[in-house]
Design a protein around this ligand. Sequence first.
Ligand code: NAP
Length: 253
Amino acid sequence: MSLNTFSLEGKVALVTGANTGLGQGLAVGLAAAGADIVAAGRSVPSDTEAAVKALGRKFAFVPADFTRPSIAGDVAAKAEAAFGPVNILVNNAGTIKRNDALDFTEADWDEVMDVNLKSVFFLTQAVARSMVSSGEGGKIINIASMLSFQGGIRVASYTSSKSGIAGLTKLLANEWAKHGINVNAIAPGYFATNNTDALRADEKRNSEILGRIPAGRWGQPSDLAGAAVFLASRASDYVHGTVLAVDGGWLAR
Ligand code: NAP
C-alpha cells in the first residue's frame, strides 16, 4: 500500500466548531494532509483560517449556531457553495453542562442534546444526501467521548448525547456503507481544551484523571490528527461504524 492512500489532496472537509480546541486541531490536521477546509460554527475561526492558509489550503467559514438544528440544511448548502461537494464531514462542535442529576434542568438537557446529537444527525443527513446523489460517497467522522462508553458524573445530557453518537455512528454506517460512505467516530480521552477547563482547574479531579491515563498527560488537539486523516482517507475504505478511542490508554485501565 502506498502512503498516497492517506492523502486528502483535492478533498473538501467540512469541520464544525473549528475555531478552537479539538476542532482546530482536526481542521489543521486534515489541511496538512491536503484537504481544503470549510469551517461551520458560532465564533469566527481566525486562527484556524491562518493555520490552514499557511499550509497552502483554501478556507471558508459558514456561520452556524447548532442550538438550532433546523439550520443544518442551510449550512450544508452554504458549505457546498464554497468549494464544491463536501467529501469529508467532521461533526466536532459540542457543548457540556455540569450539574447533579437531581438538579439537572430541562434547558441544560435540551441545549446539549440539540448541539451534540440532533444537529449532528440533521447536518450529516444533509451532507450525506449530496454524497449519495453524486454517487461519490464520502467520509463522516463524529466526535464521540469516553462518555460514549462510560457514565461519567454530573453530565447527564452530555453522556446521553455522546452515547447516542456511538449508536448513531453504527446505524448510519449500516445504512450508508452501500453508498460508499464510511461513518466512524473518534472518541477523544481527556484533552486540554475549553471543554475541560473546569476539570483541570480542580486540583483533585486533575490529579485523579492524570493518575488514570497510562500516557501520563492530557491529550493535545494535534494528537487527534492521525486518526482523523486515517478515517478521512482511502486508507479506511473498509472501516465502518467503529468508535476509535484516542485516549492515552484511558479505556485500557
Ligand atoms: P471547546 O474548546 O469548548 O470547543 C467546542 C467547539 O464547539 C467550539 O468551536 C464551539 O464554538 C463549538 N460549539 C459549541 N456550541 C456550539 C453551538 N451552539 N453552535 C456552534 N458551535 C458550537 O471543546 P473541545 O474539547 O474542543 O470539544 C470539541 C468536541 O470534542 C466536542 O464535541 C466535545 O464534546 C468533544 N470532546 C472533548 C474532549 C476533551 O477532553 N476536550 C473529550 C471528548 C470529547 P464556540 O467557541 O463559539 O463556543
